[in-house]
Design a protein around this ligand. Structure first.
Ligand code: FUL
Length: 486
């Protein structure tokens, strides 16, 4: 409100007396800065760990990319137990399962009525099986969200490259989005390798990845069926690819990016995808897809190459710990089960996570700040140590550098610090440092750039009772919802 000097209007007088009665109520919440997540994107961030299940005819042909000429007769995972997949995922902390309903080879894991190249012509359950249904039912039973991967590139179809194929693809989306309950995430893979069987043509086909699929029309069709689905593609619009398949998000990781600068399949934008951009015009956070094995599909020869529990934990730190969501692939074997080796790593990973990040030593600590918004309790430092995502420490609008001091009451050893921004109002922090009170002086033990939904920094183990977080640059007043020490 702008009031000219010396002239107090009736409205202003009312404001003054009301603010006298209730000082805190007058402190306005910070305005959003830049793009903000939709409720569905926010729920996606909160999952933190997401799982991929790559399963198809490749599991039987020992390939990563089937050519498209494989006989459906090869598919017979006689002991398939999607309940096992879901139970293991649930028990090891994953929140969603995304199934490859159709990979690039075109074989469909459900009895679609639009092609013969499917499970209905396989020996599995004498052609009566439906693995999409088994997986979605298992997710429901174990309280996991369900997602689908339907490869746009199809090396089996004779009509691939023509408009007919787009109709085919959309028909299949209709089946998947109307027959299996809520689908929370849809994966549009950008891979378009060129050569394939294509109904016997056995040739190389090139499509224009930007125009051929007419994504706007396809997405709007899906949204009409399920408005809250999150779309993954290199370019979003829901979530973006992180630019590599090694499990590593950028140390600087903005949830914002400008869609004009990227589209699915565009080459040479991996670095941009990895970090996002500070001034990006849309909220399109990075999803870190990585496999527990070297390949995406099961290969016996990789049984000795399953990532260890420690490797998975390290990947957790470079994905979830950098403000992204981890999408870890666990491929069922030829029985149709998660392999014992993979299961062992998953439970081991969860044990390390519980051991390393299970007990927040800042819980119940006292906190003070160099500045807090309007001196109102609603924005005070304590909100950053109350373990709630709904409250936050905020500074006054003009204050973009500030410190938060946490006193845990006793000297303890810390190995990690975890920070979270209140991203509902946009991502803000550009850089920060962490200090501990040691020998009567502040000693810097860590520094970082972005925070976003979550940032975890591994420290050289340090003993201290007091920790200070200094926000050294921010797009606007910083909003810190949680700081934890482990
Ligand atoms: C890639 C595909 O080509 C791989 O086979 C796998 O599905 C991975 C998740 O995405 O683009």
């Amino acid at each position: 409100m702008k009031v000219s000097k010396g002239v107090i209007s009736i409205a202003t007088a009312a404001f003054v007396s009301f603010s006298f009665l209730s000082a805190q109520a007058q402190v306005n919440a910070p305005a959003p800065v830049g793009p903000v997540p939709t409720p569905a994107q926010l729920a996606w961030h909160q999952m933190e760990t997401n799982a991929f299940v790559h399963f198809t005819i490749n599991t039987f042909t020992d390939k990563e990319w089937g050519y498209g000429d494989e006989s459906p007769k090869l598919f017979n995972p006689a002991a398939t137990d999607a309940m096992q997949w879901a139970r293991v995922l649930k028990e090891t902390g994953f929140k969603q399962m995304i199934l490859t309903c159709k990979h690039h080879d075109g074989f469909c894991l459900w009895p679609t009525k639009y092609t013969e190249h499917s499970i209905k012509n396989s020996p599995y359950k004498n052609g009566k099986g439906d693995i999409v249904k088994e997986a979605s039912d298992a997710c429901k039973k174990y309280g996991l969200k369900f997602g689908v991967y339907l490869s746009p590139w199809d090396r089996n179809r004779a009509d691939y490259g023509t408009p007919d194929y787009i109709t085919y693809y959309r028909n299949q989306l209709k089946e998947l989005f109307t027959g299996y309950g809520p689908v929370c995430e849809m994966w549009f893979d950008g891979a378009n390798g060129g050569d394939g069987y294509y109904g016997g043509a056995r040739e190389k086909r090139k499509i224009d990845g930007k125009t051929y699929y007419d994504w706007p029309a396809t997405l709007s069709l899906v949204r009409q069926m399920q408005p809250n689905v999150i779309f993954f593609s290199d370019a979003g619009p829901g979530v973006r690819w992180v630019g590599n398949e090694r499990g590593v998000a950028g140390e600087t990781n903005w949830n914002t990016i400008t869609p004009d600068t990227l589209y699915a399949g565009k080459a040479g934008i991996e670095d941009l995808l990895n970090t996002g951009s500070e001034d990006g015009t849309a909220w399109i956070p990075a999803e870190v897809d990585v496999s527990i094995r070297p390949g995406w599909f099961y290969h016996k020869k990789e049984d000795s190459l399953v990532k260890t529990a420690q490797q998975l934990f390290d990947i957790y730190l470079t994905s979830v710990g950098r403000g992204a969501v981890l999408l870890l692939n666990i491929p069922p074997d030829q029985r149709g089960l998660f392999h014992e080796k993979d299961i062992k790593s998953l439970y081991g990973f969860r044990n390390i996570l519980n051991r390393e990040l299970g007990k927040n030593k800042a819980a119940g600590a006292s906190a003070t700040a160099s500045n807090f918004r309007g001196k109102a309790g609603a924005y005070a430092a304590g909100n950053a140590v109350d373990n709630s995502n709904e409250t936050y420490w905020a500074t006054d609008d003009e204050v973009t550098t500030a410190s938060l001091e946490i006193n845990t009451g006793k000297v303890q050893t810390f190995k990690y610090i975890m920070l979270q921004e209140y991203i509902k109002l946009g991502q803000r922090v550009k850089s920060f440092t962490v200090e501990v009170w040691n020998n009567d002086a502040w000693q810097q033990v860590a520094a970082g750039t972005t925070i976003g939904y979550k940032r975890i920094l591994k420290l050289t183990p340090v003993k201290a009772g007091k920790v200070r977080v200094n926000i050294t640059a921010s797009k606007a007043c910083p909003l810190i919802s949680n700081v934890a020490l482990y």
